[in-house]
Design a protein around this ligand. Structure first.
Ligand code: S3P
Length: 428
């Protein structure tokens, strides 16, 4: 346990931050670099614990991956060069590693066992196991293969035409990865678009894939070719400073090289609708992904309703959006976000508990929450729920509390943002 006491803050935040690499894109760069024959160089890789689980998984399967801070050099013989891991693979806290690797391991000609920490062991895997079994995958585990640990006996996969019952990029990606290894054409349809980094990167690595934004079709059994990847800054990490800059009086923050893929920018739309002073500059495309710089300043805010198709584009930002909403005049309603119940922790319960402990007025609902603002937060002892995004939300909240905030354990922050406190201090 690593407790942290945060004293009340009286100044303003100002300065420039280079946001660390995107977690979703870093995972995918390692995956596709390892599946492609040749040498793939990755820059601005996120060296957080989750992405290192993916690196380790491929090392265990015989891929050479050299790491130098945020740069990786991946040298692989391609899909046919991967070998059976000698020991069970530990995926720690990483849902993305688990779900995407299930898609790949299903189609490789060997046996693997995978497991994770207490949080990951509670998260549902049937959402990927069911379609993968339809493709011919042989998976077993607790609760009929819904819960880790799981064992996978790779087999010959056949394509499917699948409509996603859950709004999940992880599920979509697992099926597309299995589709890459299957003989024929696999089709995945989603009714609400989710992040499309898998589709973008598969294209960059030469896969035969097409998408109209709702239905993605991949023709399997064609080889990927190595290509270099520069990872954009993670908008989900930037979100903490976007909110800090908006709620701490007189602040003005510049966030450089942040990913702006429109399947991820719901937080920007929400900030604009609530009345925040936000400017986007220097927009460009890097490795098939849109990036740019964001300038944010202190603003007065009004409550809004957040629901429907925007939800997957800000799903990981809802904890910090809830904090933002406590500082808006009026009521903010968040709906259609039932997926929050099965994240690293039940984030509906955790957000309401943590922010209400600090003096907020939040009512949790089945699929979201109702936040009444504006409230003066007063400080207190809070739990991180061992969830990186809850811990960082608590730390940002402490910037506007009247008394100190004590977070029971901040070690989880290294999952997605190891230098979070260094960056926060640099703005004070
Ligand atoms: C991710 C997708 C999202 C997100 C997670 C990363 C990904 O999960 O919450 O942090 O990299 O594909 P779901 O797709 O399950 O909603």
């Amino acid at each position: 346990m690593s407790e942290k006491t945060l004293k009340p803050f009286e100044g303003k935040l100002s300065g420039v931050i280079e946001i660390p690499g995107d977690k979703s894109i870093s995972h995918r760069a390692v995956i596709f670099g390892s599946l492609a024959k040749g040498i793939t160089k990755v820059t601005n890789f996120l060296d957080g614990e989750d992405c290192l689980r993916t690196v380790n998984a491929f090392r265990e399967m015989g891929v050479t991956i050299q790491e130098d801070g945020t740069s990786l050099v991946i040298e692989s013989e391609g899909i046919s060069g991967l070998s059976e891991p000698k020991q069970p693979l530990d995926f720690g806290n990483s849902g993305t590693t688990t779900r995407l690797m299930l898609g790949i391991l299903s189609g490789l000609p060997f046996f693997t066992t995978i497991y994770g920490d207490a949080s990951l062991s509670k998260r549902p895997m049937d959402r990927v196991v069911n379609p993968l079994r339809q493709m011919g995958s042989i998976i077993d585990g607790r609760n009929d293969g819904n819960l880790l640990p799981l064992s996978i006996r790779g087999s010959k996969l056949h394509p499917i035409d699948y409509t996603l019952p859950v709004k999940s990029a992880q599920v979509k990606s697992a099926i597309l990865l299995a589709g890459l290894l299957a003989d024929g054409e696999t089709r995945v349809t989603e009714t609400t678009p989710t992040r499309n980094h898998t589709e973008n990167m598969l294209k960059a690595f030469g896969a035969d894939i097409t998408s109209d934004g709702y239905t993605t079709t991949i023709r399997g059994k064609n080889n990927l070719h190595a290509t270099n990847v520069h990872v954009p800054g993670d908008i989900s990490s930037a979100a903490f400073f976007l909110v800090a800059g908006t709620i701490v009086p007189d602040s003005s923050i510049h966030l450089k090289n942040t990913g702006l893929n429109n399947t991820r920018t719901g937080i920007i739309e929400v900030l604009q609708k609530m009345g925040a002073d936000i400017v986007i500059e220097n927009e460009r495309s890097v490795s098939g992904e849109k990036i740019g710089d964001i300038h944010i300043s202190y603003s007065s805010l009004k409550g809004i309703t957040i629901e429907g198709n925007i939800i997957p584009t800000l799903i990981d930002e809802i904890p910090i959006i809830a904090l933002l909403a406590t500082q808006a005049e009026g009521t903010t309603i968040i709906k259609d976000a039932e997926e929050l119940r099965v994240k690293e922790t039940d984030r509906i319960t955790a957000v309401a508990d943590v922010l209400n402990t600090l003096g907020a007025d939040i009512t949790p609902t089945k699929d979201g929450m109702i936040v009444k603002g504006k409230t003066q937060l007063h400080g207190g002892n809070i739990a991180s729920y061992d969830d990186h995004r809850i811990a960082m939300m608590g730390a940002i909240a402490s910037l506007i509390t009247t008394n100190e905030v004590v977070i029971d354990d901040i070690s989880c922050i290294s999952i997605s943002y190891p230098d979070f406190f260094r960056d926060l201090e640099s703005l004070k």
